[in-house]
Design a protein around this ligand. Structure first.
Ligand code: PEP
Ligand code: MN
Length: 333
């Protein structure tokens, strides 16, 4: 249930209402916006008398929410959430340019790519250390060593690092990773989501290969229900009957997620298409659709990449693309 207060309500009156609602057995999330304050009632609201609340002089309106996601819901939190990672802000008009290889392969590889993407304008470095591969015979990532190499690249460039966590038991290893990615295959690993909710780490939550937007938001809700609201949603393509692409980029997810939720939304055009030459057009389209950032696979030697070479663009292509992304953003203002 959502209670919208009238503008300029005295703080004591608001406090009295919140205390009274809590005594009725519900949790109350207070969201103070520029123009209005919204109370989000979570829990068993069945016993709450809507008409009674609506009749109070400080209340503007009361609505029952049928959505099952509450903390991620924009109705409870009308302002955009801005996730801060070091000096980088994502959401609320702040754009993330995350770039780097699919997998960390060596110190030389990750440091060189990190320098290149930074020079091109990226503000975060990606690199998989634990890789979810379809075949158990494919390169599985350098694991803990890969995370150490990412930290070296961070020291060399100052870029915050993003890497995928697959297992609850690895959370300790990620203590010094700036942004933890939950990959598409783990979007509904509820134990992992719950445990990540107990950390204070920012989480990049990717949409599952065959998951709906509601399911994505429910997964965000798992993390938030455990106390962590530093979440960035990511559209990375879904399985459809499209036959020429690795996945189908569901760009309409971007404005819809923005409508449904206050969390930042970014797009991954690399995994969405699986084809390097498709990355730039879809990155630009995602920017135009209102994405809060882009995570793009960049490799200095795609032909010899240990993972996802076919969809990796070269640093010079990335630099060219960043210029175009900035132009699209300027055109949107
Ligand atoms: C990745 O980012 O390298 C990755 C495996 O992404 P996804 O989970 O979207 O497939
Ligand atoms: Mn990849």
């Amino acid at each position: 249930m959502i209670v919208v207060l009238k503008a300029g309500v005295e703080p004591e009156k608001q406090e009295r209402l919140v205390d009274w609602l809590k005594e009725s057995g519900v949790d109350v999330h207070v969201s103070v916006g520029e123009y209005q304050t919204v109370l989000g009632l979570v829990g068993d609201t069945a016993k709450i008398d809507m008409d009674l609340i609506e009749s109070l002089d400080i209340v503007d309106s009361v609505k029952r929410v049928s959505e099952t996601f509450k903390q991620a819901n924009r109705k409870f939190h009308p302002e955009d959430t801005v996730v801060t990672i070091g000096d980088v802000k994502i959401g609320g008009g702040n754009f993330a340019l995350i770039a780097g290889p699919c997998s960390v392969e060596s110190e030389e590889q990750i440091v060189s790519i990190a320098r290149d993407v930074k020079a091109a304008g990226a503000n975060m470095l990606r690199g998989g250390a634990f890789k979810p591969r379809t075949s158990p015979y494919d390169f599985q990532g350098l694991k803990a060593e890969g995370l150490e190499l990412l930290k070296i690249a961070r020291r060399e460039t100052g870029l915050p690092i993003v890497s995928e966590i697959m297992n609850v038991g690895d959370i300790g290893l990620f203590e010094d990773v700036d942004l933890l990615q939950v990959g598409a295959r783990n979007m509904q690993n509820f134990d992992l989501l719950r445990e990540l909710g107990h950390t204070d780490k920012p989480i990049l939550l990717k949409r599952g290969l065959a998951n709906t937007l509601k399911e994505l938001l429910m997964s965000a809700e798992y993390i938030m229900a455990s106390g962590n609201d530093r979440i960035i949603l990511c559209e990375r393509g879904i399985r459809t009957f499209g036959d020429y692409f690795r996945n189908t980029l569901d760009l309409s997810a971007v404005p819809m997620l923005h409508e449904l939720s206050h969390l930042p939304v970014i797009v991954d055009p690399s995994h969405a298409t699986g084809i390097a030459r498709m990355v730039a057009p879809m990155a630009l389209a995602a920017t135009a659709a209102g994405s809060d950032g882009l995570i793009i696979e960049v490799h200095n030697d795609p032909a010899h990449a240990l993972c996802d070479g076919a969809q990796s663009i070269r640093p010079e292509e990335y630099a060219d693309l960043v210029g175009k992304i900035k132009a699209v953003r300027e055109a949107l203002v």
